[in-house]
Ligand binder design. Structure first.
Ligand code: UDP
Length: 482
């Protein structure tokens, strides 16, 4: 195959919204820095990001290719077209999904060998444990994109090096996470899946760790001024090259790009913006738990009651509406859609998150602290009410509340019990929700600090900024290997 003059990055985004969305932004940033880029995914996921890619290709000299290959869903007992984690019908089927991605990997390898133009570097998604092998066969570098921030990645790195007996067997027992300049008490159940004890989780964790230790480096959607020192600590402890190149969401500057990210908004964005226009500056609290986060009915209603009891207006985004019991749906309609519609805007389904966060009326974000949401809040200068649910979100909360001091936490400790919660009980009471919102909206320090970080985030991606520099360095590193 003819070797390209400029590096050709093949991006393989992990099949979850929180990965597909930033991976699309990374593709655009690399293309803006004159690299050639292909995103390879499945038909359903390609359809989600195609409008964004088409807009980018039309508006700039960039030429991002989008390739999709068949995904073997039904072969693994998944419904036809189930090609993204957000479509997997139940928790146990997530393991089937993971196995399907392995067969998908074999097709990807065949495609690269037989049909793709010369690839200079693979950017592999978090769960694609086969990506580094494919890169090795091609003799090109492989970078992993976990979707985590530097602090969380560093915590995971030290946990991997912590002898197993130092992490208690009991999921709820608190232990001190070593290697940090401060005390950080955490329980095993608050750690990402890699550190859980079930046999299946352990097997997957081992495969992921093998993948991590064979790649050449790590791409992090973050910027140096945000997680000061942690990218360096990660590099030192993992022995891998670490490139912080974010916040990648800042490449979305047009209204359409801010509204349509991966999924199409289920709300009329004009109505949403009009509603926000009618509110006072910095007065609205935006409530959203990522692409899939939801609660059992009692907790769900308790949160809603907290929002209604709070003096601040809110935009509340809810997912999985069809899974809610009929009486909860009636309650929602009566209390949020018929009454109180000027106090609270309910969005059922996918919200135009960046457009909402960037609106001057929004003064706070109740979030599950998914890393994309966290960074998007920082990039918009919006302080955070931190309500973690799963994954590395508990690590992110430590960064948000205690290190950066740009947020407050809700339900302190209680919220943590939500990991894998099946019981229909209330853990975080409405008073706690009201109190946390009150504390954040009246607090000055968090707002001042996040406003400073917003400016730094913007500068990081501009010419002369750290993320701009790191993107150039990444491309140069790959160019030297061609
Ligand atoms: N998102 C959105 N609208 C929604 C929910 C989520 O645009 O209604 C976007 C959000 O802006 C972010 C991503 O989906 O880019 C969610 O990623 P995050 O890491 O915050 O959470 P995850 O979904 O991975 O738990």
């Amino acid at each position: 195959k003819a070797k390209p003059q400029i590096p050709h990055f093949l991006i393989l985004p992990w099949l979850a919204p929180g990965h597909l969305i930033p991976a699309t932004d990374i593709a655009r940033l690399l293309a803006e820095h004159n690299a050639s880029v292909t995103i390879l995914t499945t038909p359903v996921n390609a359809a989600r990001i195609k409008p964004t890619i088409d807009r980018f290709n039309d508006a700039s000299a960039g030429d991002i290719s989008l390739v999709s290959l068949y995904f073997p869903a039904t072969e693994f007992g998944l419904p036809e077209g189930c090609e993204n984690v957000d479509m997997v019908p139940s928790m146990p089927l997530v393991y089937n999904f993971y196995n399907a991605t392995k067969l998908f990997g074999q097709q990807v390898a065949r495609y690269i060998h037989e049909q793709a133009p010369h690839v200079s570097c693979i950017i592999g998604g978090m769960g694609y444990v086969w990506a580094a092998d494919v890169a090795r066969e091609l003799g090109v570098p492989c970078f992993i994109f976990h979707g985590f921030g530097s602090f969380a990645l560093y915590c995971c790195e030290i946990l991997h090096k912590t002898k197993a007996h130092e992490i208690p067997d009991s999921a709820a027992e608190l232990f001190n996470l070593p290697g940090l300049p401060f005390e950080f008490k955490i329980a095993r159940k608050e750690l990402p899946m890699h550190f859980q004890q079930s046999k299946k989780d352990k097997e997957i964790a081992e495969e992921m760790r093998n993948y991590e230790v064979t790649v050449d480096g790590v791409l992090v959607n973050s910027f140096e001024q945000l997680e000061q020192g942690y990218a360096g600590l990660l590099q030192k402890n993992s022995g891998k090259k670490v490139f912080t190149i974010g916040p990648v969401s800042l490449c979305n500057t047009t209204r359409l790009d801010m509204e349509e990210r991966g999924n199409k908004s289920t709300v009329d964005s004009d109505r949403c913006i009009e509603w926000l226009n009618s509110q006072k500056s910095n007065s609205v609290i935006y409530v959203c738990f990522g692409s899939t986060g939801s609660f059992a009915p009692k907790q769900f209603k308790e949160l809603g009651l907290g929002l209604l009891a709070s003096p601040w207006p809110s935009v509340w985004v809810i997912k999985d509406v069809e899974k809610l019991p009929g009486e909860t749906l009636i309650w929602l309609r009566e209390n949020f859609e018929e009454k109180n519609s000027s106090k609270s805007l309910l969005i059922k389904g996918w919200a135009p998150q960046i457009a909402i966060l960037s609106h001057p009326s929004v003064g706070g974000f109740v979030t599950h602290c998914g890393w994309n949401s966290t960074l998007e809040s920082v990039a918009a200068g919006v302080p955070i009410v931190a309500w973690p649910l799963y994954g590395e979100q508990f690590l992110n909360v430590k960064l948000i509340v205690d290190v950066l001091k740009i947020g407050v936490s809700v339900g302190a400790g209680e919220a943590m019990a939500w990991r894998g919660e099946k019981e229909d009980i209330v853990r975080v009471k409405r008073e706690d929700v009201v109190r946390a919102i009150e504390k954040l909206m009246n607090g000055e320090e968090e707002r001042r600090r996040v406003a400073e970080l917003k400016e730094k985030a913007k500068l990081a991606l501009e010419k002369g900024g750290s993320s701009f520099f790191n993107l150039e360095n990444l491309i140069q590193f790959v160019a030297q290997t061609i």
